[in-house]
Design a protein around this ligand. Structure first.
Ligand code: PA5
Length: 446
């Protein structure tokens, strides 16, 4: 099988080759800390051997519950936020047919998302759609106490209870949460829902290869065996202690060197709209892992060529604090050829006979050269094809590189203390019991 590859040649005029070589000691020492599990945050390293340690019986349970839900519901709502939904959406959007949900003869349930926002109109429209649909709910929350999914789940549960009898409601809900604590765990136990456990030592943003991601991904009709096979292959490959065989080490080294040279913003670029949510997942992974202690690369993402018509100007010509990491897909799954037109009023006949992807690739190459000329260094990650196997590789590649990179930056890549601040203020403003003192203090500041 092929593998994803990294090309750093277009960073050469911004960092010297010997700098990458000189960082080798630090990089492989950081990797060793991960392997030996003796660095900061080492109680959250369960993600490292998830691919190779998942058992056939765990996968069979996931597939069996997935099949029951598929048989029961036309619509499946994944309720979760951050790491409890982004990995799921990243894989499904990248691999599944983008328009299957619009087909009347579709083979898979439509996957919808809730609890990833608190938008009242979004919530109303979702509930309104579901009131005459056959639906099921997967509620995903590691802590089991997150407000956004808890609100969405309460509303969806009420709707299920209005439509179905108690047994049917129970069969339409699956909870994925902590093994022993949290409000969701308590509720799931009381109501006797089907449950899956998120391991204690796997943080939310590293949890896509647990039931958090695998169950909804399987329900969507995506092959989770191949996803795991790809990630196992990458897990093995990234044990290498040299740059030549370890693209994650190269990526971690180069992005840190660029950062140290003033490139404070990394833009993840794709040329395939199906990768949009993969980039959202990546943003959480790196943003939440590295943005702390007043340090860290600011991570952003764009969909090209779409965003070349909006952000292209800034990237080409704005403040030179950016670098790009391009997700370059070698081979599309399908073949669409541009037809000849006898009138040629659109003057496109010079493209007749070419595949759409050939145009896309030339846009990618043209942009690469323009942006490097405009002083934006470019890292290229090539992915042989957008299928389960290579997305499995890509997920593990980014996770491992994130762990190494966070250690190089000298932060704990596995905590997220900063996400609590808004919650305390929100609870105080809403008058949550236990927040009375903060309520008075915060009201004075408004
Ligand atoms: O990475 C993380 O841990 C967080 O971003 C969580 O994924 C997010 O806050 C959701 O938390 P929970 O799964 O506990 O509801």
């Amino acid at each position: 099988m092929e593998t994803i590859k990294i090309d750093i040649s277009k960073t050469a005029s911004f960092i010297q080759e010997e700098a990458v070589e000189n960082l080798k000691g630090e990089i492989f020492a950081a990797q060793q800390k991960l392997h030996a599990k003796n660095g900061t945050g080492n109680d959250f390293l369960g993600w490292m051997d998830l691919p190779s340690s998942i058992t056939a019986s765990e996968l069979n349970k996931i597939k069996s519950v997935a099949n029951k839900i598929r048989a029961k519901a036309d619509f499946v709502v994944v309720v979760g936020i951050g790491g409890s939904y982004l990995g799921t959406r990243a894989v499904i959007d990248t691999v599944a047919d983008s328009f299957d949900w619009l087909r009347t003869n579709r083979k898979n349930p439509v996957i919808l998302y809730a609890g990833q926002n608190i938008g009242e109109d979004y919530t109303h429209e979702l509930l309104d759609l579901l009131k005459d649909k056959s639906f099921a709910v997967l509620v995903v929350s590691k802590s089991g106490t997150t407000t956004e999914p808890a609100i969405a789940f309460r509303l969806l549960k009420k709707l299920l209870e209005k439509k179905y009898d108690a047994q049917d409601v129970k069969e339409r809900i699956v909870a994925i949460t902590d093994a022993a604590k949290g409000a969701l765990h308590t509720l799931a136990m009381r109501e006797d829902y089907e449950t899956f456990v998120i391991p204690d030592n796997v943080g939310g943003r590293f949890s896509v290869l647990t039931p958090v991601g695998l169950l909804p991904i399987a329900i969507a009709g995506v092959d989770i065996d191949r996803l795991i096979e790809g990630s196992v292959a990458m897990e093995k490959q990234l044990m290498a202690k040299n740059y030549a065989n370890n693209p994650a080490a190269v990526y971690a080294a180069v992005r840190n060197l660029l950062y140290r040279n003033g490139k404070k913003i990394e833009i993840l670029v794709n040329y395939h709209p199906k990768l949009h949510f993969l980039a959202e997942w990546w943003k959480q992974l790196y943003g939440e892992s590295e943005g702390k202690d007043k340090k860290g690369i600011f991570v952003a993402a764009v969909d090209f060529t779409t965003d070349l018509h909006s952000m292209g100007q800034w990237i080409q010509d704005g403040e030179r604090s950016i670098f790009e990491t391009v997700l370059s897909v070698e081979k599309p799954r399908y073949n669409v050829v541009i037809p000849k037109d006898n009138d040629n009023l659109d003057q496109l006949n010079y493209l007749a006979g070419k595949r759409v992807d050939e145009v896309n690739k030339m846009a990618e190459l043209g942009t690469l050269i323009a942006h490097v000329d405009g002083n934006a260094p470019n890292i290229r990650i090539s992915i042989p094809e957008l299928n389960e196997y290579y997305i499995g590789q890509l997920i593990y590649f980014f996770e491992k590189a994130c762990g190494i990179s966070g250690y190089i930056l000298d932060v704990n890549p596995f905590d997220q203390p900063g996400v609590e601040a808004y919650k305390r203020n929100m609870f105080a403003l809403l008058g949550k019991p236990g927040f009375e003192n903060e309520t008075k203090a915060i009201r004075k500041r408004l």
